[in-house]
Design a protein around this ligand. Structure first.
Ligand SMILES: [Zn+2]
Length: 267
């Protein structure tokens, strides 16, 4: 099994979304400087010896500028996205077309991870999402209670949704997903066991940055369930220890660059 990282571009947002109390005003500093930070958008292309091409996350829609509401673009505007960050072009560079993708696994259904499903409209490719995430995202869009993070353009019954049940499922030989709520109710981390030497763990946005995972800093305004987040942190740390994983965090550009530079992993 082979794996490479996909560069879906960068968005910029206040660090307070990702790290609790980052840049908060204090008694001695009532007007702190705003901490706007780059959020790398990323995914993975897995070449599975039996299943073929599998994607983990799809990035934003290529037409995000038209599809994202104004207030979302104000807060989470994309600052880097060109032709080379389009999923169809990333696939082409790896030697594949959109129609070669045999399965898509979504870490969660937010617009910067699932909006790229637009490339697969009408293709009937199975899209694996945790049951809790699928239910919540349709509900969030229908009621507008969590609208913005989820958008209706891809939360659409015409796709071939495949719910994932339970807390740990080996979806394909060597590819296991783990329910890790906190950022959203049904976030799925994915572990790809490439060979006896290498295992990758993708945390999705339950851990945005190194500070969340390695310094145990809880997330800021994007948290939905803090109690669940602490349990997910322990779970991900335990999986990392057990399989000696290379850990790719949801939006950490430094980790992304380190692995993306190395090209293709596995054999
Ligand atoms: Zn995200």
């Amino acid at each position: 099994m082979k794996l490479r990282l996909l560069d879906f571009g960068t968005l910029k947002a206040d660090l307070g979304w990702a790290i609790e109390a980052a840049g908060v005003s204090t008694h001695s500093n009532a007007t702190p400087e705003a901490l706007r930070t780059d959020f790398q958008m990323l995914g993975a292309l897995i070449e599975h010896p039996k299943e073929g091409v599998i994607l983990y996350d799809t990035g934003p829609a290529p037409t995000w500028e038209e599809l994202w509401p104004g207030p979302v673009k104000e807060v989470f505007g994309i600052t880097r996205y060109s032709d080379e960050n389009r999923l169809d072009n990333l696939l082409r560079r790896a030697g594949y077309g959109v129609k070669d993708v045999k399965a898509i696994v979504l870490g969660h259904m937010h617009l910067d991870h699932a909006g790229g499903l637009e490339f697969f409209r009408g293709l009937d490719v199975p899209i694996y999402v945790h049951e809790d995430e699928l239910k919540y995202s349709f509900y969030a869009v229908a009621t507008k209670q969590d609208f913005g993070a989820y958008l209706p353009h891809y939360i659409d019954s015409s796709f071939n949704w495949k719910p994932v049940y339970g807390t740990e499922v080996e979806l394909f030989d060597g590819i296991t997903v783990y329910l890790t709520p906190g950022h959203t109710p049904g976030s799925l981390a994915l572990r790809a066991h490439l060979n006896n030497r290498e295992s990758f763990l993708f945390t999705s946005d339950v851990m945005f940055f190194k500070d969340n995972f390695y310094e145990c800093k809880p997330p800021g305004w994007l948290v939905r369930d803090m109690g669940a987040w602490w349990k997910s942190l322990e779970r991900l740390k335990s999986i990392t220890r057990r399989y000696n994983c290379k850990v790719v965090l949801g939006h950490d550009g430094s980790v992304f660059n380190q692995y993306a530079q190395q090209g293709v992993f596995g054999d």
